[in-house]
Design a protein around this ligand. Structure first.
Ligand code: PLP
Length: 364
């Protein structure tokens, strides 16, 4: 009844932006979802990477219930209980970096989604370029990347099929092939198209583009070259962050590099809408009052959810757990017939099947 009712109403009153599967969930527990008939589903989508603690985590539920009763939202004109602590936790997680020789001070802006985190990062890069790089304004990103759906995030995204209908998009983005060192060297050296770069923006493991990890050599080169010119390195950890790739809180920490700016979302809120952009060094001091803002970003309920999520991830040893079950998943996937390639890190895993097999799997 619920499904039929929702299908009728949603098909009539919602814009047609998703090809939805014919199911409506009413309950979740751990990694299981249930429809109204009580049919149980093993969920491998995790709310598109957002349900980092699984569903119905007791501590998160209790913390959020108590917070709802106390205060949901008051606004960014005031200080918010738990927000400084959350930013401190992020600072500590960003510093859990085997490649770093010293601790950095990471400063955070809280938003509501990944695309907003990326918008914040783009604005930091543009203002940084204006102030510190004689007006350099181009952001170099990768082909096949995905950075979000707002216009600037879409312009940063390296997928023409998603961009075509929405021209003109904001200017100042240049796309290069991922893992092509000569191409990024050429772009940074202004070899093509008069590039005047203020930042490079990359996912360590491209997610929506098909689960393509950066090679170590590539990311290390991309760290060194821009740094020498004062160009910022922005890492999009929206999908890879919060232990998704195992062993470390963030994917960049597998590569022994330290970015200047990190965009985060999805897993940070354990299902609550939240995004965050963190920056260190000069980039952390770019924004001044009035430069950026959000009505809801970092409000009391979102902060409570995120604090409970990060505490929960520590408690369950997500770093070790994801590495362990991720390795097991990869090993068992390799035993399957019809597999062309398995790519990824931790529990961010993509399987490329032979075409005929892939069609059967999607249908099933
Ligand atoms: N960046 C990456 C790498 C993503 O995977 C996504 C979403 O899938 C986004 C940005 C946009 O995040 P959101 O959908 O929360 O706006």
């Amino acid at each position: 009844m619920l499904l039929q009712q929702q299908q009728e109403l949603e098909n009539h009153y919602l814009m047609d932006t998703y090809k939805r599967k014919p199911v409506a969930f009413v309950k979740g527990e751990g990694m299981r979802l249930y429809d109204e008939d009580g049919t149980e589903y093993l969920d491998f989508l995790a709310g598109v990477g957002a349900a980092s603690l699984g569903y119905g985590n007791a501590q998160q539920v209790q913390a959020m219930q108590e917070q709802v009763a106390k205060l949901v939202h008051a606004s960014n004109y005031y200080y918010v209980e738990g927000r400084g602590e959350l930013a401190e936790k992020l600072n500590n997680l960003l510093n859990e970096n085997p490649g770093a020789t010293r601790k950095e001070l990471w400063k955070t802006f809280f938003a509501n989604s990944g695309t907003e985190a990326i918008e914040g990062a783009i604005k930091i890069a543009r203002k940084y370029g204006a102030k510190h790089l004689e007006g350099a304004d181009t952001i170099i990103t990768a082909r096949r990347s995905f950075h979000g759906r707002t216009l600037a995030a879409l312009a940063a995204t390296g997928q023409p099929s998603k961009q075509e209908a929405f021209q003109p998009l904001p200017e100042g983005f240049k796309h290069v092939d991922l893992n092509d060192i000569p191409a990024i060297k050429q772009a940074l050296n202004q070899g093509v198209g008069c590039i005047n770069a203020c930042a490079v923006l990359l996912e360590c493991v491209q997610g929506e583009g098909g689960v393509y990890p950066c090679t170590e050599e590539y990311l290390q080169t991309v760290r060194e070259l821009p740094a020498a010119k004062g160009i910022l390195l922005i890492i999009d950890e929206v999908q890879t962050g919060f232990y998704r790739t195992g062993s470390h809180p963030f994917a960049f920490q597998h590569y022994g590099i330290v970015p200047d700016v990190v965009a985060m979302a999805k897993g940070i809120g354990g299902g609550m809408p939240m995004g965050a952009v963190a920056a260190r060094g000069v980039a952390a001091a770019v924004f001044e009052p009035g430069d950026h803002g959000s009505t809801f970003g970092g409000n009391s309920l979102a902060i409570t959810a995120a604090n409970a999520t990060l505490d929960g991830l520590q408690k369950m040893d997500a770093a070790g757990h994801v590495a362990e079950v991720g390795a097991y998943l990869m090993q068992r996937l390799r035993e399957l017939p019809g597999v062309v390639e398995i790519r990824g890190k931790g529990l961010m895993v993509g399987v490329e099947f032979e075409k005929a097999v892939a069609e059967q799997i999607v249908a099933a």
